[in-house]
Design a protein around this ligand. Sequence first.
Ligand code: BGP
Length: 486
Amino acid sequence: MPESIFPKDFLWGGAVAANQVEGAWNVAGKGLSVADVALYKPNVDVKNYKAHVAITSQAIQEAMDDQTDTYYPKRRGVDFYHRYEEDIDLFAEMGFKALRLSIAWTRLFPTGKEQTANPEGIDFYKRVFAKLRSVNIEPIVTLSHYEMPLYLAVSNNGWVDREVIDDFVRFCNACYDNFPEVKYWLTFNEVDSIVRHPFTTAGIIPDKCEEGKELETIYRALHHQLLASAIVTRDLHTKLPEAKMGCMLTKLETYARTCAPEDVELTFKKNLDNHFYTDVQVFGEYPRLILRRMDLEGIDLNIQPGDLDIMKENTVDFVTFSYYMSMTESADPDAERTPGNTVLGVKNPYLPSTDWGWQIDPKGLKISLLELYDRYKKPLMIVENGMGAKDILEEDGTIHDLYRIDYFRAHFEQMREAVNEGVDLIGYTSWGCIDLVSASTSQMSKRYGFIYVDADDEGNGTYDRFKKDSFYWYQKVIRTNGLDLN
Ligand code: BGP
């Protein structure tokens, strides 16, 4: 068998998030998170992501008054809370080396303000990590994956309040103290997403923000998150010197629709704007061009004395990102647009789209890998990649998701080329390795998994698990370390 181009210890695996898989939203002392008030909106066009992620104080109150999970699918997830042993056995059967998952902040600190962690929450994750260890699967833990305490959103307007930094630092240190065996940690999932969905990412309630100052409010909250990221990176390096801290970016690779200089400039700025968040976490400082842009837009980050020193001295060890699709930009105001991962880009005539309009671009993954490795010169990990699709469970319990195998095969071929051309890629976790609740639309019908979960958008079904054709394909890919993609 010829040698694979991937490193022998390449971390093949899958990714999930507590708020999209666990369910058990109100048991064992868990408090309400921002995900628990995410309303499923069946009558809203799935391509209108802004409408799906929109939130108001009134909608929050209505959700808090509703104890059911009928229209709050993230309250039920796919019942991983009770089925995690069966699910982890299935991941092990595929040969996973790693599983990316998040620790729900409100399982440990129900409101975020408690001074000590909820023992029942600690116990759950101890059991999950023990199960993973028993089948030699390395946990990659996201500390903040769209799950902040609702109490902090309602009482502090989320990360707008600098005080929330201390609450997050206390939560992260409780994780380090209770789960010291975890080697890979990530601070904020898609740290750049705060500008696209400020409530989901940072608990910012739009109707609580000062009129006309919304963007400054968001960037001030972002500064608090980036400062918190540096502080908890420092604490990790102090407490668990063997562990590694990563940042996590939504890689929105953007192409110019034409070679017209206006299109190229606009596109160049779009990519600068996508990278600056992780620039801060890797280089420890805000890029001058971004600070100047904020200055020109009248945005004051309200940086306090000492903040920049902490950020400069505590940078991350590796860089991770999500990649689903690429985007295109144009200066033409009439250019046709198409939705992507909570974004709206110009339609690329050379690329096919998923049923949700996301443009499938395997070559864009290679470009992203080359670009991020050249920019950061740190080990990279792809921690989200995959395609949402309406899978069909056949009478005999099979699911023929050949389109998903084609998607992954094409992306793995590009990963192989990138590694062969010198990129230090240490791992890959597909997004939604088991069907779960969609982040943007709260649908179950937007399936990503190698494992089918018998549940529909309204929560009807047995919740039994079924292996898709892609389960067996990915099992072979992992067994041959990426050599056999047929
Ligand atoms: C990313 C999130 C994931 C996941 C993914 C797919 O933004 O980090 O949580 O949900 O998007 O998006 P969706 O679930 O909206 O299809």
